[in-house]
Design a protein around this ligand. Structure first.
Ligand SMILES: NC(=O)C1=CN([C@@H]2O[C@H](COP(=O)(O)OP(=O)(O)OC[C@H]3O[C@@H](n4cnc5c(N)ncnc54)[C@H](OP(=O)(O)O)[C@@H]3O)[C@@H](O)[C@H]2O)C=CC1
Ligand SMILES: Nc1nc(=O)c2c([nH]1)NC[C@@H]1CN(c3ccc(C(=O)N[C@@H](CCC(=O)O)C(=O)O)cc3)C=[N+]21
Length: 297
């Protein structure tokens, strides 16, 4: 079997078009413009590229975009003061603080300072709790993007066996909650899981979010399974330079799986599209307006 490639880049375009259409409606009918603020502390070149592409995508969708680039030496107090200011800014509906933060800043404290209604990353404990109890929440962008692709591929996910590899707060855990909400039978695997290949072999859906290049090999995959590759790993090319690879041994797994997301061009572009979607959703909830369809969990 050769897997269907789930084209995240193309699907992200569709999501972005839906966002743009909803933004235009908000402007026309309610004179409201969603706004996103992205905060970056320090000078990680990879993060800067990512923040810039988020800003561009936000503007292209017709939304307001602001970026705060703070010096690596910014104190926790200064960052918290900025968040308080953004919380009170009526033109801003989404606040994203790029992670990881420098070591001298307490990440949990910073995330807790963001008004839950504006928490477009879905990292505030209120949103985590709402998601975990199956209530309406702001849902983290990467798992939301994965869910959208799975729904598009399957329709209903009820009863499917899902294995999520990775238990981070930003990907693995929220992904597992979303799949559980869809009535999948969910296993969360991690670095202490015994016989990981055996655990993965029973999955209809595999979500790999580990950060180890090509760790998931073809012999782990049940023939016909759907494989969602969240990993973003930059590796050296033998001829010099670097390239991006996921956590899945793509060429070989694609021979066994029923469907697979590529890296790049899979989960990554969907993450950015879902950030835009979450900003529109947050704006609608804040203004008590109808939520966009097809953009929420
Ligand atoms: N495409 C996108 O939009 C995004 C991509 N990413 C990428 O996804 C990957 C995961 O990110 P993130 O969740 O933040 O990473 P973390 O490092 O926070 O978590 C990694 C998880 O993988 C588990 N793990 C590590 N080694 C193994 C192993 N040998 N076997 C099984 N499990 C293992 C860890 O287990 P334990 O808890 O036991 O240590 C941990 O739960 C990274 O490549 C990251 O770059 C992340 C966010 C967005
Ligand atoms: N508060 C916060 N929220 C995040 O969502 C968040 C974060 N911090 N810190 C970093 C990670 C990582 N992340 C990615 C998003 C898109 C791509 C993406 O678009 N990748 C392209 C490739 C880009 C390239 O070529 O470098 C692709 O996969 O096709 C990658 C990684 C979001 N993160």
């Amino acid at each position: 079997m050769v897997a269907t490639v789930i084209d995240g880049k193309a699907f992200a375009e569709t999501v972005r078009a839906r966002v743009k259409a909803h933004v235009a409606r908000l402007d026309r009918d309610h004179a409201v413009q969603p706004g996103l603020a992205v905060v970056l502390v320090g000078e990680d070149p990879a993060s800067e590229v990512y923040v810039r592409s988020k800003g561009k995508a936000t503007t292209q969708a017709g939304m307001k975009s602001i970026e705060h680039k703070l010096d690596a030496a910014t104190s926790e107090g200064e960052l918290l003061a900025l968040i308080v200011r953004l919380n009170g800014d009526e033109t801003i509906h989404g606040i994203l603080v790029q992670l990881p933060l420098p070591d001298h800043i307490d990440t949990d404290k910073v995330l807790a300072a963001i008004t839950p209604a504006k928490d477009v990353d879905g990292f505030h404990i209120s949103n985590v709790g709402l998601l975990a109890t199956g209530q309406k929440a702001m849902v983290p962008c990467t798992p939301l993007g994965c869910l959208m692709m799975l729904r598009e591929h399957y329709g209903a996910l009820s009863g499917l066996e899902a294995v999520v590899i990775g238990r981070s707060n930003i990907v693995g855990k929220p992904m597992a909650h979303l799949l559980l909400k869809e009535s999948c039978t969910v296993t969360i695997a991690h670095s202490r899981t015994r016989d990981l290949p055996d655990v993965v072999r029973r999955a209809d859906i595999v979500v790999a979010a580990v950060g180890r290049p090509a760790m998931v090999t073809a012999d782990w995959i049940k023939p016909g399974a759907t494989v969602i590759d969240v990993g973003i790993n930059r590796i050296d090319k033998p001829e010099g330079g670097t390239r991006l690879v996921g956590d899945v041994d793509y060429p070989n797994v694609a021979q066994v799986a029923g469907a697979i997301t590529p890296v790049p061009g899979g989960v990554g572009p969907m993450t950015i599209a879902c950030l835009l979607a979450n900003t529109v959703t947050a704006c609608c909830r804040i203004h008590n307006l109808p939520e966009p369809e097809g953009l929420t969990a």
